[in-house]
Design a protein around this ligand. Sequence first.
Ligand code: ARG
Length: 467
Amino acid sequence: MNPTPVSRSGRFAGGPAADVAAFTESISFDWRLWRQDIQGSLAHATMLRKIGVLTRAELGAITRGLNRIGREIAAGKFSWKPELEDVHMNIESELTRRVPAGAKLHTGRSRNDQVALDVRLWLRDEITALLGEIAELQRALVSLGGRHADVVIPGYTHLQRAQPVYLAHHLLAYVEMLGSDGARLRDCQARVNVCPLGSGALAGSTLPLDRKLAARLLGFVDAAGREQLTQNSMDGVSDRDFMIEFAAAAALLAVHLSRLAEDVILWVSAEFNYLKIADAYTTGSSLMPQKKNPDIAELARGKTGRVVGNLMALLTLLKGLPMTYNRDLQEDKERLFDTADTVRATTRLMAAMLRHTSVNRAACARAAGDPALLATDLADYLVRRGTPFRRAHHAVGAVVALAEKRGQRLNELTLAELQSVDKTFGRDALGVFDLSRAMAKRNQPGAPGTKEVAKQLARWRKQLSRD
Ligand code: ARG
């Protein structure tokens, strides 16, 4: 006979209809919370012992029983029963079957504060792991940029060649974006790190629960060691804002990964040819034998859709909910798991791919050698000689038009030709087109100049060796 869940015991004539059980179960996905569920139960039991609900012997039996169940789950030997709905009731039922004192474990606790606790514990660790992956990707970007510190490429606006930048500068832009992603996730983690245990179903308990003890045991403390407890039992069981914050920070991270992926996809195309991804990190075509496709980057771009979608799903899930816990909230977990899994895997694979990517220095040099990239420098030259910028901009525009008419590159014009446009041009004007001198000049904080980019690379290297 199928086991009847404890939640129906007494009040109900029997177990749920089979299709009801199938529709309402969550064990098929929330089994992933087993470690946190056991961790939470161990802390709750220790607290129940402290307030005299459990004897020492009972606590010992519960602890051993839970640990044994944990080992069986880890070894894949535990049989999950869908009729028992979820991870919480599966573990509790099995414990009680083996250990009579298990029947006391749920004292002063509801699955409502239990599930809120489990997801907070799970997400707290997940964020730490994701922060590690983000730092790895930042290191891969810094390393790629650092190994080719002298490589210059065109910087683009509107995807049109604009001004020269070091390749490292372009890559460091992503390091900055990922740095903000990390800061947002750390900030979110502080709000995840709050203990809801003791909120009960929605209205706490008449028993003298020691919420602070349970929180301490589970590591819900701030940097100063103060216990972090939810301050309203109704909010404690129905709040999923911490999850939405994570989903939002993850969605923005996914958008950043997607933009990086898009740059890589462009740069490995024959048209750009700045980068080459190693064979092991590319895929082939089933039809065209010559193809080598940047599928990791394409999937990174594509997966952004589901991560953004998960954020929308969670916001929509919460939108119309009356206080407090409603079963709708069970729908949060698949979105949460999917977001965490997707951004973690994507971040990791992008880092691995970049560690197996080489730079085509010749193609970069060819592209960066386009003197038109330094048209603005030529205008700055006139500004240094006292010409108002608007006039300088106009003059260099005329120089560009002249070169175009002649079918020449900007740096192939003679001094006489330059002077035919504006008398202010002197003998040294063509020196503007010396790329390495041009790069040396851009040294304001945050600029793509030689010294500044070296400084930024060094700053990030130092920062990332600490993370
Ligand atoms: N499986 C449920 C969830 O994921 C656990 C809480 C169930 N609570 C309840 N009162 N039915 O949300």
